[in-house]
Design a protein around this ligand. Sequence first.
Ligand SMILES: NC(=O)c1ccc[n+]([C@@H]2O[C@H](COP(=O)([O-])OP(=O)(O)OC[C@H]3O[C@@H](n4cnc5c(N)ncnc54)[C@H](OP(=O)(O)O)[C@@H]3O)[C@@H](O)[C@H]2O)c1
Length: 230
Amino acid sequence: MSIERPYVILNAAVTADGKTDTIARQGAAISSPLDLARVDRLRAGSDAIMVGGRTLLGDDPRLIVKTEALRAERRARGLDENPIKVGVVTNANALRLDGRFMTFGPARRIVFTTDQTDQAQVERLREREIEVVVLGAQRVDLTAALHYLKQAGVQHLLVEGGGVLNAELLRKNLVDEIHLYIAPLIFGGVSAPTFVSGDGWLRDEALQLQLAAVERVDDGIVVHYVPQTV
Ligand SMILES: NC(=O)c1ccc[n+]([C@@H]2O[C@H](COP(=O)([O-])OP(=O)(O)OC[C@H]3O[C@@H](n4cnc5c(N)ncnc54)[C@H](OP(=O)(O)O)[C@@H]3O)[C@@H](O)[C@H]2O)c1
């Protein structure tokens, strides 16, 4: 692992056909109760939780530790009760100031964005104590974003999708582990999002993963992979 970035875990809940949502793209529930508890522990063990722009604007996730006992454990360790919430969004003009990402907490919040976000919105967000970091013109520079997080004290970063952000992090070799809950469900649909999207790789260039662990969780399985860097 490079010392210039945090240790990065990608976590997602997918269907048996690899979908992370239905064609309706309304943040369909996929995790089982035990898997939700697993994710909460993963969150509690992280210094920051990152999501991509479409997840942030579409799902408006809370990104907090849900279990009081886990929050208390963090406080006992001298940590904030919730990890830092991080959004990566090309254009943050539509980020709702009264949304869940903004209001659930307490939590430090960082939004990485580009020049495409209006200065007036940047100021509105900063007035609400959001750290807005402009990193790029077309897309957020993820290497710079991870470097920023490391400088901010983030040792362990949990990335909770979506597929475009996951693809970009994998393409740049910025991922240390992948945790997938595979639910006994099929959503189908060409336009339904998958765990990794982006431009894709041809077979010869496919990313190689090492299988690290498999565990049964409720009626699904959790698989841990380690990406192999060439
Ligand atoms: N089941 C699960 O575990 C899970 C978890 C998370 C999300 N989801 C689902 O996934 C769907 C959203 O995922 P998604 O793949 O469409 O989008 P996403 O990965 O959440 O967001 C990607 C967007 O972030 C912006 N971005 C800016 N800089 C970027 C960079 N360097 N690399 C990558 N993205 C960058 C881009 O916005 P622009 O296109 O505007 O430039 C990009 O399209 C939703 O349906 C959500 O419910 C499921």
